[in-house]
Design a protein around this ligand. Structure first.
Ligand code: ZN
Length: 477
């Protein structure tokens, strides 16, 4: 803890100017936010002409019928157009809200709200919770029609939407209710730790955040997800047997195997795992099972288990802790900075003793450009993890072949895993075809936005692994 604190102190000495010197923070946030939006628009404009291509990349030519390819291009073009318009629209609204001091106005409104309930300004945590909810609610209003359009016009037009208007509204209400039920105690504790720990809040808050993230791993799938989707045990059959065997062979601590009714809202498909280190659960979308054969779904799961084998979730959690630490370590200078609040139109009497929540929110806004860069780096890391997981699936038979096997049946089954790469390839192609995913991708757009390598890249790589294995086999015989 002392070690963490000494880093924090070092950073603070560098940032001491923030506390006393007036800086045009608002102008800085405006400039950078517009900068990011315009850069993202530029990326979309780079990508846009690729939707006019009339043929798929040569590697995919055999898999996309002309009709399906045309549909995927139209879907991509519609989505890109939508992203350009909504991106600029959202930025214009955010920019106007920033210019007119919406945060300061919400703080005042929160003060009036708790005043009406008989609480004064000394109840800073209560006012902060009201402040966050008012601000979050008002900011979410413009996104409602955008989401509506996306679901009922854009996705509908391309045949993906399965949501009914009733379900859409119920989902929104549930989301708001959960944010209040979980968010209020979270925020309350977060702010209380600040007050209680004083200048040494960084290690305490880190501990709190880790505990919260861990409990969410349990709470989310058991309490929250069932509010939106039905998870039911995967029925007995080929897929269940295959998955259980695969888990046993790899010592994957499989506790439950679920099927999720993803088709209730959309026909996009997927599979994933979650849970604590000693009890994991695998979830397969019903849509994936409808679209692919059991041996192909098994290959998708082999890829997923590759993420587990290489400890990708743990690595991501570690990176996120470092990220949280950096943010918290830089924060103290901003916490006691009246010029910061003044720059965002807060009145002098609020600014002279900045409320923690307000300072934290403004600090977050200042970090936005850094967060975009971090987001792009995280995508690069994620793409690397995807390669590793693909490689894991392709080389599974080698890995398992090393284990001493006694029965012929066992040997035969492991030998069948040689085709894992081919099956994964087929599953990925089906996934892309059914989801009408974009196949022509601009490199810069992809580097910034994509958490997965493109289909063409992955197929090439799967092919390469296969060749490597064949040449090794030749050498061996
Ligand atoms: Zn993956």
């Amino acid at each position: 803890m002392d070690f963490l604190q000494s880093i924090v102190d070092k950073i603070q000495r560098k940032l001491v100017f923030v506390t006393y010197t007036p800086v045009n923070w608002k102008g800085y946030v405006q400039a950078f936010d517009w900068g990011i939006t315009l850069f993202e628009t530029y990326l979309l404009l780079r990508q846009f002409p690729l939707y006019s291509k009339t043929d798929p990349p040569p590697a995919l030519a055999g898999h996309f019928t002309p009709d399906v390819f045309k549909k995927s291009q139209e879907y991509g073009r519609d989505k890109a157009k939508f992203a350009i318009i909504t991106g600029l629209l959202k930025q214009a609204l955010d920019s106007a809200a920033l210019q007119w001091g919406m945060a300061a106005w919400c703080w005042k409104l929160a003060g009036q709200a708790i005043g009406a309930l008989g609480y004064g300004a000394q109840y800073e945590i209560t006012q902060s919770i009201f402040f966050v909810f008012i601000l979050a609610f008002l900011s979410s209003l413009p996104t409602l029609p955008i989401q509506w359009y996306q679901t009922f016009v854009l996705e509908e037009r391309h045949g993906f939407n399965k949501t009914t208007p009733r379900l859409f509204i119920v989902d929104q209400i549930k989301t708001y209710a959960i944010s209040v039920l979980l968010g209020a105690p979270f925020l309350g504790s977060f702010l209380w730790i600040f007050k209680w720990a004083g200048d040494r809040f960084v290690p305490w808050l880190m501990g709190f955040m880790i505990t919260f993230q861990m409990s969410m791993i349990i709470i989310y799938p058991t309490l929250i997800q069932p509010l939106f989707n039905k998870l039911s045990p995967l029925p007995e059959g080929d897929l269940r047997t295959r998955t259980e065997k695969l888990a046993t062979r790899l010592n994957f601590p499989l506790k439950h195997l679920y099927e999720i009714d993803g088709s209730k809202r959309s026909s996009h498909s997927n599979a994933y795992f979650f849970g604590l280190p000693w009890a994991k659960h695998i979830v397969i979308f019903d849509t994936l099972m409808q679209q692919s054969k059991p041996d192909e779904v098994e290959a998708v799961l082999a890829h997923e288990l590759g993420h587990w084998y290489h400890k990708h979730p743990l690595k991501l959690l570690t990176i996120s802790q470092l990220h949280i630490f950096t943010i918290l370590a830089a924060f103290p200078a901003f916490l006691k900075s009246p010029p910061l609040l003044r720059s965002f139109d807060f009145p002098a009497e609020v600014a002279k003793k900045p409320p923690t929540m307000v300072a934290f929110l403004l600090f977050q806004m200042i970090l936005t450009p850094m967060e975009s860069v971090i987001g792009a780096c995280m995508n690069a890391i994620s793409r690397h993890f995807e390669w590793e997981a693909d490689h894991f699936a392709c080389t599974l038979h080698e890995r398992l072949g090393e284990q001493a096997t006694t029965s012929d049946r066992d040997k035969e089954e492991i030998s069948e895993m040689r085709s894992m790469g081919d099956r994964l390839g087929r599953a990925l192609i089906t996934l892309h075809v059914k989801n009408l995913s974009t196949v022509w991708v601009d490199w810069m757009y992809s580097a910034y936005h994509h958490s997965h390598p493109t289909l063409t890249e992955r197929l090439k790589e799967l092919e390469m692994y296969k060749m490597e294995q064949q040449s090794q086999l030749k050498k061996a015989t």
